[in-house]
Design a protein around this ligand. Sequence first.
Ligand code: DNO
Length: 362
Amino acid sequence: MRMVFRWFGEGNDTVSLGQIKQIPGVEGIVWALHDIPAGEAWPMERIREVHNQAAKFNLHLDVVESVNVHEDIKLGLSTRDQYIQNYITTMERLAQVGVKVICYNFMPVFDWTRTELHKKMNDGSTALFFEKSRIDGIDPFTFVEQINQNSTLTMPGWEPERLSHLTSLFEAYKDVSSEDLWGHLAYFLKAVVPAAERLGIQMAIHPDDPPWPIFGLPRIMTSQENLRRLLALVDSPSNGITLCSGSLGANPDNDIIAMIHEFHDRIPFAHIRNVRVYDNGDFIETSHRTQDGTVDITGIVKAYHDHSFSGYARPDHGRHLWGEECRPGYGLYDRALGIMYLWGLWDALERIQPMDRKEGIV
Ligand code: DNO
């Protein structure tokens, strides 16, 4: 397990590279050029700039999250080929600084979605919260308006230029079924995976968060069965998964441990975090500790260890603790605590059953 930490870039993150460097066992940053609109090729000089910044702290840039996919690709429009070409250009440039994994998602219009960014917990911390009935009963326009008023910071992965075209986007998706979306994903992967193979890159799709359709838009990266289908679209090690335990874990029917056992050699990147799911479908993002949520983080780390997981892993969203002001979910403290929990589990497992002495696993 190679530990990495998400960093939003100089001037765009309250956490510094110097702080990240001090978290035990963190070897690299998970990064992106967040201001480049989806569909544009990332400029080489900007990529080199981040490379130089990280190199000063001896942190690598192996994992990018995300190179976002232009909406026309998801919609299957005839304009998509140019955007796919630009995507491949970005991949080629990223390979030049040693990037090994590209995380992306295929969610129409919205990336990860929550209804409250600072829900008060009993202990005085705040956390990201999803109230199901609120999303079910609201139109997306009002929702975006409310989120915009809620915080000066947007959720990462939300692209302002996409949100400003909500009306036309909803119009465009009107006739796109989930089967259509599968077809558009296959078209995209058939174009980019050969480039990834040539460049030594693994594409790693992020599951939908939450893992069910919202606002009437199709969502397909939601379950073990659908991840299996994704891997079969292009059967190559370069077509992989970012296995996010928190996203998939928001649906209690998802058995994340079974997914690790089935897909482990196609998971180049693991997001490991906990959520507490309530009977009414609401969920809150808790600490990483197993007992605090409904996702079996201990079992998940064990499953990775069973398979001698050598991919990249990062803690995911944390709570906001000790008065920290930060991007929602992306403060320093709780994610650093999360890392120590993950290492604690991992190191204990390693002591009990060292990976290099395992004979035939699970
Ligand atoms: C949320 C993140 C997502 C993720 C994208 C990947 O915090 O996990 O925004 O980066 O879905 O493309």
